[in-house]
Design a protein around this ligand. Structure first.
Ligand code: SF4
Length: 123
């Protein structure tokens, strides 16, 4: 089933609802099980001067590949932590990853602020 473009962000907030059940070798590096290892269709990175409609279509096709990838969670986290500035990684476009990272930064700031408030109240 196709995912609407906005669903990836919702999934990013609740990744376990989309994580496929898998049986993989936990000792192997995650990228050895990537289903996109041979991106022969060129789905994951934009060619130069790609029109918007073509980009959206290509990204959706890439996300469909990601949706059946056994290492989607590891891939997504890698791309967020690096951060990877280009391409579809772990079912998220670069723009979607920027949104996730901004949310994480906001959450971390709020947690730090709450922790400082707790320390100040105790002291
Ligand atoms: S989640 Fe997508 S980009 Fe990441 S390894 Fe799998 S197919 Fe490739």
């Amino acid at each position: 089933m196709l995912q609407p473009p906005h669903s990836s962000l919702q999934v990013a907030a609740i990744p376990h609802q989309r994580v496929p059940v898998r049986d993989r070798n936990q000792d192997a590096p995650w990228h050895t099980e990537a289903v996109c290892r041979r991106d022969e269709a060129g789905l994951f990175f934009a060619p130069s001067k790609e029109p918007t409609a073509a980009r959206l279509s290509r990204e959706e096709a890439a996300k469909r590949v990601c949706a059946r990838c056994p290492v989607m969670v590891e891939c997504r986290e890698h791309a967020l932590v690096q951060p990877e500035p280009y391409g579809v990684w772990g079912g998220l476009t670069a723009a979607e990853r920027r949104v996730v990272l901004a949310r994480r930064r906001r959450r971390d700031m709020e947690l730090n602020k709450a922790a400082r408030g707790t320390i100040a109240a105790a002291g």
